[in-house]
Design a protein around this ligand. Structure first.
Ligand code: GLU
Length: 289
């Protein structure tokens, strides 16, 4: 069966070997099945994304020989679509404005004995603005105070959510672990979670291939799919590439960027060979060669 996969980097730096591994996984699954491999630039965060990185990503992928099916989806050109999703969730009473700053949240949490975190590492929101009276909320909105939009998790939660993880089978979801997650930030029109789930649906992605670091977020994505009636793709989360100290590669590790490797004379074929060996290992189907 032919699959549609995607590579969805955020243009906040140059691609490193870990990104290349992710792109290669998606590309290979699509090409092996005579399917489609799409490129999406997740540039929704204006404070961190830069056009030169977006260009660099396409240059690096082309250099590696990982071709994608056009058009490239650039999230910042689709803000109206994300707004439509927010409008619908708001009409259904599932969102509320949150005026808290990051330090408000931290202060409030430090006053309580436990400081729980969501699966993505964000502090679990204590629900302060959910409890505002309608009058206070209206006053603060009228005063032009800046706000984020949070999902009212208790109202939004749906029972018996699951997805199919390749090679593992059915994974039961617990989106409630995220609490009242932010879906539109004060400084960005929509959150990663909202945009990625929307785009997987609108681009017809049938298999999401991405790093294991994003696996916990899938529970939340599954809830958004249920709320919006979007199709549910299959997922194949791959292991992360780590450095010699066992630490995950980061964009700041310059030596591991494709750019740097290219300058040092490493050929694309050498990288692809290396990634192919890793892919077999990642899914645990074969021993490392
Ligand atoms: N844009 C995300 C990142 O660069 C990846 C999104 C995804 O694959 O779901 O980490």
């Amino acid at each position: 069966m032919s699959v549609t996969t995607r590579f969805a980097p955020s243009p906040t730096g140059h691609l490193h070997l870990g990104h290349a591994f992710s792109a290669f996984n998606g590309w290979k699954r699509a090409r092996d099945s005579d399917g489609r491999f799409l490129l999406r630039l997740e540039d929704i965060d204006p404070t961190r994304c830069r056009p030169e990185f977006a260009e660099g990503i396409q240059e690096d992928l082309a250099w590696l020989g990982l071709d994608w099916d056009n058009p490239v989806r650039v999230q910042s050109r689709h803000l109206a679509e994300y707004q439509t999703v927010l409008d619908r969730l708001a009409r259904e009473g599932l969102l509320y404005p949150c005026f808290c700053t990051r330090s408000d949240v931290i202060r409030e949490l430090s006053a309580s004995a436990a400081a729980p975190h969501a699966p993505d590492g964000a502090p679990l929101y204590p629900g302060t603005c959910r409890r505002l009276s309608p009058g206070e909320r209206a006053d603060r909105l009228a005063a032009g105070e800046r706000f984020a939009l949070r999902l009212d998790m208790r109202a939004a939660l749906r029972p018996r959510l699951f997805y199919e993880e390749e090679a593992e089978g059915r994974i039961v979801c617990h989106p409630e672990a995220f609490g009242d997650v932010v879906l539109a930030r004060k400084d960005a029109p929509a959150s990663y979670h909202l945009c990625v789930t929307h785009d997987d649906a609108s681009q017809g992605i049938t298999l999401v291939t991405r790093g294991d670091d994003l696996r916990p977020s899938t529970d939340l994505h599954r809830l958004l799919q249920a709320l919006m009636g979007w199709p549910v793709p299959a997922y194949a989360h791959h292991r992360l590439i780590v450095d010699a100290d066992g630490k995950r590669l980061a964009k700041r590790d310059r030596a591991m960027t494709l750019r740097d490797m290219r300058e040092r004379g490493v050929s694309p074929q050498e990288i692809i060979d290396r990634l192919s060996r890793m892919e077999a290992f990642a899914h645990g189907r074969h021993a490392r060669t």
